[in-house]
Write a protein that binds this ligand. Structure first.
Ligand SMILES: Nc1nc2c(ncn2[C@@H]2O[C@H](COP(=O)(O)OP(=O)(O)OP(=O)(O)O)[C@@H](O)[C@H]2O)c(=O)[nH]1
Ligand SMILES: [Mg+2]
Length: 442
């Protein structure tokens, strides 16, 4: 008010002073406002940056966590946070805290599990494969890693009758979480022994081809079966391990495995674990049982007192009922194959030439041996894997179990109690209670 009355004064020097004073006041007020605007702009842009940062952090967390829908909505980039709303900012902070809590619970749980034993079991995965199977195989490895081994980091041994390619080694090493080791099978483990009549073996292959017997005409399949029966466990690369888990190209693990299966084997004194049991094609093993009986008659001391003969024979050992554990999934003790009874049994069978004159598989041979030489309580059926290889699969029948373990298998696809499976016999002869749902899936 004072400034306006001075401007109307008749004295020019007073007018001049009044003008300067008025200009000064206006300038000060204006500059003050400019700074004030700038300050509030920078506060908004700062808090904008902070919230953006928070939002980015949350989006990253989101990628590595399973969040509820509510959280998804808040963190969804297509549902941006209203910068003016303090409430939303508060909400984001709260969820940030919740996520952090969830994260620490998850890692504590894993920590607890991996700390459940002070000493890691001496165990490894083992895969026999051809270089040409690499891309089928890495899918198998990936499923085993995702469902199990990324928590335990067990090693992986790869075996081949020819050198592995660099691509095979690089790719498998990039996926396996434990150490990888690559072995070239010695010639004497993958060739005809000198007592084999090659002409007789060739005639047998031709004959089996005419009968349309699966792999009946294949030489390499026979070497593979002989190797898996009598030699893989002698590999130098396996000598530091007690247990192995066999993995083949083209398999799938369909449930989360939240415990250490090797530790289970060791703690429970198990020697052999399987997922699928099935009947063998009789025309691939016409004389296998006769030779087995001869071997037992010559070496009765090897027969276990509490054996599982009634799983593999319906007539107290007179004939073989063809039941065997599928060996493309095997978690087993290397010591068992390295034991005197098994080594002698293998050598005896090998001397009879049935790997080449017939087409003996490693699955019936492993199964017969474990059923005769081990205590039956040392055999374990892993009913919780959710396993598939080719047409046959194993899937836990209990809904809650499947949901809890994020299984992606269909109970209808479970083979355990189907007609061509030996699963029902296994439960009965082992004296186990079948799952309550079994009758719906036979
Ligand atoms: N290095 C090598 N590996 C082989 C050879 N033949 C088979 N294998 C591997 O031995 C394992 C068993 O062979 P498969 O052909 O799958 O035999 P199978 O499981 O009885 O038959 P499928 O039911 O058809 O899978 C697989 O891991 C193969 O990758 C071979 O000639 N060389
Ligand atoms: Mg196979």
């Amino acid at each position: 008010m004072k400034a306006f009355s001075l401007l109307s004064s008749r004295h020019s020097y007073i007018k001049y002073i009044a003008f300067i004073l008025t200009f000064g006041v206006i300038y000060t007020l204006t500059q003050g406002n400019v700074f004030n605007f700038k300050t509030s702009d920078s506060i908004i842009s700062q808090s904008n940056d902070q919230i953006q940062q928070l939002n980015n952090q949350n989006s990253n967390q989101f990628k590595s966590n399973t969040l509820s829908n509510e959280k998804d909505k808040i963190l969804d980039p297509s549902n941006p946070i209203d910068l003016k709303s303090n409430e939303k900012e508060e909400e984001v902070k709260n969820y940030q805290q919740q996520i952090n809590q969830e994260q620490s619970v998850t890692s504590n749980t894993i920590q607890e599990e991996s700390n459940s034993s002070n000493k890691k079991v001496k165990a490894t995965f083992v895969t026999l494969a051809r270089n040409s199977e690499l891309y089928e195989l890495i899918k198998s490895i990936r499923t085993v890693e995702d469902r199990f081994n990324n928590k335990y980091n067990y090693d992986w041994v790869f075996l081949n009758d020819v050198e592995f390619t660099q691509e095979f080694k690089d790719l498998t090493t990039s996926i396996v979480s434990g150490k990888t080791k690559y072995g070239l099978i010695p010639k004497e483990h993958w060739s005809y022994p000198n007592w084999i009549d090659l002409k007789k073996a060739e005639n047998s292959r031709k004959n089996m081809k005419l009968q349309n017997i699966i792999y009946g005409d294949s030489e390499s399949y026979r070497h593979m079966c002989r190797y898996e029966s009598g030699f893989f466990w002698r590999s130098e690369l396996l000598k530091d391990y007690d247990y192995y888990w066999r993995v083949e190209p083209g398999i799938d693990i369909m449930c989360d495995l939240n415990y250490d299966l090797f530790e289970f084997m060791e703690k429970n004194n198990k020697l052999y674990g399987f997922t699928i049991s099935i009947y063998e094609f009789e025309n691939t093993i016409p004389t296998l049982w006769k030779h087995t009986k001869d071997f037992i008659n010559l070496n009765p001391q090897y027969l276990s007192k509490n054996n599982f003969l009634n799983f593999i024979s319906n007539d107290n050992g007179n004939t073989y009922n063809l039941c065997h554990f599928w060996t493309n999934f095997e978690i087993a003790s290397l010591k068992f194959w390295n034991s005197e009874p098994y080594k002698k049994y293998f050598d005896y069978l090998d001397s009879k030439g049935g790997f080449f004159y017939e087409r003996w598989g490693d699955a019936p041979i492993h199964s017969i041996a474990i059923s005769l030489f081990a205590d039956k309580n040392q055999i374990h059926y892993f009913d919780d894997i959710g396993y598939r290889h080719g047409v046959y699969g194993q899937c836990p029948l209990n809904d809650k179990f499947r949901y809890d373990h994020k299984c992606v298998c269909k109970p209808e696809d479970d083979f355990t109690f189907r007609g061509y499976s030996c699963g029902k016999k296994y439960y009965d002869k082992m004296g186990l209670e079948k799952p309550k749902e079994w009758e719906m899936f036979q």
